[in-house]
Design a protein around this ligand. Structure first.
Ligand SMILES: *Cc1c(COP(=O)(O)O)cnc(C)c1O
Length: 433
């Protein structure tokens, strides 16, 4: 199925005719870097530095307390939420940007359990995937302990069979962080509902990466990340969506004053705000929030060029090309593909495995050697069992081009051919991989 170009010149020609290619000029990408880690921390929008300076020196420095009103600080969670909504298939006033993904998961999972406790108290299980991102599992585990539930972890192909009559909530990440495998949101949500369970989706690797259809898929709750594909900056606020039919049913447990119906009435008792605003807790990190707005500008620019649908088409072309070139040009070095080939099952990243030899898979060191060459991907350790060590490459269609893919594979080929990854400096582990 070699329908793709296989020379550097062909890749360059593809960039030339790609209508989305100029969008990369909206971002500050260091010279000499091919950045394939936008699924972990997105690149910096060029407007971010000036926006940060404006927020700090003008809005804070000069405006001071007045800026809560005059600079619109107070309504930032809702305004940013409304800008995120179209990327995830949510309606107006259904999303807020706030807190972290972990914290937002705690809120929505708590609310889901409260609904389940009322509607179906005999249901005592939360089901998730064993290879879900650990923080999701840790948050679920903590809530299970507190509320008397059990967390059941299964492999993706076991999910359907796990939806028994004692399941309260199915909690999944739409695109798996380790493999890039994507669930069929509509089909899985329907299966959960048919089994009487509520559906919670984590969109950390979906929002801004693939079109998402929360409302059309009839999902119940969702959360996602601001600093990955949304390019909001390190530790950017995350977001939370709740289906309007559930939004007013329960308080979320972090019932702070920003979620109050009238925070500045300063009443001693809590009255939750209607709708998604009750999912706020306390005062927001305004500098960080403002920068998330810069990240969203990239998608607003893409809207004029076909939006998420066009970005998705390009993303699949990039990941198809990467897979094809790795298979053609890096043969014989023990690499395998952990990401599904079927488009409908693939997010915006490609994950490679490597056969284990004496001393391990070498996956970590190969990634380090690539980083030293300016090709930044990352490594995720396996569990010694069916989940293997992963070399992970994210392809953000807003700023990655076809020539980048060619060059990344050429570096990978050279790293493998020369064996330079075996140098001691590439085998030294750091705190953050
Ligand atoms: C990145 C990621 C998170 C991050 O959570 P934080 O609270 O921002 O640290 C959570 N869940 C998934 C699935 C992720 O990929």
């Amino acid at each position: 199925m070699s329908t793709f170009p296989t020379t550097l010149q062909h890749c360059q020609a593809l960039d030339t005719v790609d209508a989305l290619h100029p969008l990369r000029d909206l971002f500050d990408i260091p010279a000499g870097v091919i950045y394939l880690d936008g699924n972990s921390l997105g690149v910096m929008p060029k407007t971010a530095a000036a926006r940060a300076a404006e927020v700090v020196t003008q809005e804070w420095g000069q405006g001071l307390i007045r800026s809560w009103n005059t600079a619109g600080w107070f309504s930032l969670p809702q305004r940013l939420g409304n800008r995120i909504a179209p990327l995830i298939g949510a309606g107006a006033d259904e999303v807020v940007a706030t807190d972290t993904t972990s914290i937002n998961l705690f809120k929505v999972l708590s609310a889901a359990l409260s609904i389940a406790a009322q509607d179906a108290p005999q249901r005592k299980l939360i089901v998730s995937e064993r290879s879900n991102f650990p923080t999701d599992l840790y948050i679920a585990e903590g809530l299970c302990k507190e509320r008397g539930y059990t967390l059941k972890l299964v492999e993706p192909e076991e999910i359907a069979a796990a939806l028994t009559a004692d399941v309260a909530v199915l909690m999944l990440t739409h695109v798996n962080y380790r493999t890039g495998a994507m669930h069929d949101m509509t089909a899985v949500t329907a299966a959960a509902h048919a089994a009487g369970a509520l559906m919670v989706w984590d969109l950390a690797h979906s929002a801004g990466a693939v079109p998402v259809t929360l409302k059309a898929s009839n999902a119940d709750f969702s959360i996602g990340c601001g600093y990955k594909y949304l390019n909001g900056g390190p530790g950017a606020p995350a977001f939370v969506w709740v289906h309007p039919k559930h939004a007013d049913r329960f308080w979320q447990p972090l019932s702070g004053w920003w979620g109050h119906a009238a925070p500045f009435a300063f009443t001693p008792d809590y009255q939750p705000a209607p709708g998604i605003t009750r999912y706020l807790c306390g005062t927001q990190p305004i500098v960080s929030m403002s920068l998330l707005g810069c990240g969203l500008e990239g998608f607003e620019a893409a809207d004029k060029l076909g939006g998420m649908a066009a970005l998705r088409t390009k993303s699949l072309a990039l990941t198809d090309l990467f897979i094809q070139l790795v298979e053609e040009r890096c043969q014989g070095y023990g690499l395998g593909l952990a990401t599904p080939r079927a488009h409908a099952q693939r997010g915006s990243q490609v994950c490679l495995t490597r056969e284990h030899a004496v001393g391990g898979s070498g996956a970590f060191a190969i990634v380090q050697a690539l980083i030293a060459r300016g090709v930044i991907g990352d490594y995720r350790a396996g569990d010694g069992g069916i989940h293997k060590d992963i070399l992970r490459f994210g392809f953000t269609p807003l700023y990655i081009g076809f020539e980048d893919v060619w060059n990344a594979v050429e570096h990978l080929r050279q790293v493998l051919e020369t064996g330079e990854w075996q140098k001691p400096e590439f085998n030294q582990k750091h705190a953050v991989t």
